[in-house]
Write a protein that binds this ligand. Structure first.
Ligand code: S3P
Length: 441
């Protein structure tokens, strides 16, 4: 992303209707996989090479945290990291607070991992992360014997090391891969078994990657179990392209007449691809080509062509599998014929912003008819117009309105887009390369 008005600490964009979207794109590496690869490589014995690493602010913040904890991480080339693992007990106390930036994944997983160390740590984050709920990890970690102080349930987290952790059996009250992963990482340091049961299966990257690093984990959709007392062995990790970043192009390609886009080597972990199913239910034309395995994950090339979309009642079972894709889905629904109803998605209220409120306010400003509910929305599609919207510092809200701008006669001004760099560095260039008309305001 160009520096633009970074120095003023603010970046606004304008997105305008343009030509049909065409081309072949590779979106950046998966954020969830990149975070986990760094963490496990840091705790492994030996050197691990990570390729396809997301050069986003969130994952770079996690790399900087491990550097502070005494792990040497080299960058042989952009998108590559060589991590010199220190072993399970080789981290060193940091003398300053560890800054997770905007990253909920970074902070929650680190909370579990650091709860098992012999030393104290403090985790801090930016304004958005500092508002996000942390009791969902600190409470079950406390049951394991961890001692973590929060600021009324939110960051900073003061983690008191030197505790004796014990494994627990825990039924997650909300389907959350972050909470599951935090407990599994604490479980590496715990005596006995740690077993997690989920109300709906969530992404299983932590489980798969632990196994790739040589730690035995028993897991199936909705359940994971491991015991302490093993070791992690260095291995190389290949990170697939992030489905959540591809999502903006799947929606844009569906909505803009004449479009035909090919998205290369996108990660298709079934716990991530709910939007693909939702868009198909709405009438989208998305083909999956050349399905293959890369680094132990299913990947494929996705071809999306324009198709008229219609509204749907979104099956609630899809919600956890597309939890990061609702801002993009809301834009698709705004341009679809008829009404789309979303229920059972209250978790959206505690993401990087309250995504139901952020999207509702912005879409209404463009003239979209939308009814907000506590756990979702009913969105009636049709033509919408120009307007100014606020991203609320939320990367996915900003990128979703960049997609909306493709259809809004007169364009959409999107305020506060700096955080796009947390998950999708180079979004503007990639988008403009395939036909968007996105510029700094
Ligand atoms: C993530 C899990 C999800 C998701 C987030 C990344 C992960 O959060 O929204 O962007 O990497 O485990 P929850 O587990 O809180 O739903």
């Amino acid at each position: 992303m160009s520096a633009g008005n970074d120095t003023a600490g603010r970046l606004d964009w304008v997105s305008r209707p343009a030509r049909p979207l065409r081309g072949t794109l590779t979106v950046p590496g998966d954020k969830s996989v990149s975070h986990r690869a760094l963490m496990l490589a840091a705790l492994a014995e030996g050197d691990s090479r990570i390729s396809g690493f997301l050069e986003g602010e969130d994952t770079r913040a996690t790399a900087a945290v491990f550097a502070q904890l005494g792990v040497s991480i080299e960058t042989p080339a952009p998108g590559e990291r060589m991590v010199h693992g220190v072993g399970l007990h080789g981290l060193r106390r940091a003398d300053r607070p560890l800054d997770c930036g905007n990253a909920g994944t970074g902070m929650r997983l680190l909370a579990g991992l650091l709860a098992g160390q012999a030393f104290d740590s403090t985790l801090v984050g930016d304004a958005s992360l500092s508002r996000r709920p942390m009791r969902r990890v600190t409470e079950p970690l406390a049951r394991m014997g961890a001692r973590i102080d929060t600021h009324e349930g939110t960051p900073p987290l003061q983690i008191h090391g030197g505790q004796h952790l014990r494994g627990i059996r825990y039924e997650l009250p909300v389907a959350s891969a972050q909470v599951k992963s935090a407990l599994l990482l604490a479980g590496l340091y715990a005596e006995g078994d740690t077993e997690i049961l989920e109300p709906h299966p969530t992404r299983d990257y932590t489980e798969r990657m632990l196994v790739a690093f040589g730690w035995p984990v028993e897991f199936a959709p909705g359940r994971a179990r491991l015991s302490g007392g093993h070791a992690l062995r260095a291995t190389d990790v290949r990170v697939p392209a992030d489905f959540s970043s591809a999502a903006f192009f799947l929606v844009a390609g569906s909505l803009v007449p004449g479009s035909d886009l090919l998205l290369r080597a996108v990660g298709l972990n079934p716990r991530r691809t709910g939007l693909l199913q939702a868009l198909r239910l709405m009438g989208a034309d998305i083909e999956v080509h050349d399905e293959r395995q890369s680094g132990g994950e299913p990947v494929a090339d996705l071809r999306v062509r324009h198709a008229p979309l219609h509204g749907i009642e979104l099956p609630e079972a899809l919600v956890p599998d597309m939890i990061d894709e609702f801002p993009a889905l809301f834009v698709a629904a705004s341009a679809a014929r008829g009404t789309t109803v979303v229920r059972g998605a209250a978790e959206l209220r505690v993401k990087e912003s309250d995504r139901i409120a952020s999207m509702a306010a912005g879409l209404r400003a463009l003239g979209v008819q939308l009814e907000e509910t506590p756990d979702g929305a009913a969105i009636t599609g049709g033509a919408f117009g120009a307007g100014t919207v606020e991203s609320h510092g939320d990367h996915r809200v900003a990128m979703s309105f960049a997609v909306a701008g493709l259809l809004a006669k007169g364009g959409v001004r999107i305020e506060d887009c700096l955080n796009v760099a947390t998950s999708f560095p180079g979004f503007m260039e990639l988008a403009n390369g395939c036909g968007f008309a996105l510029s700094e305001a």
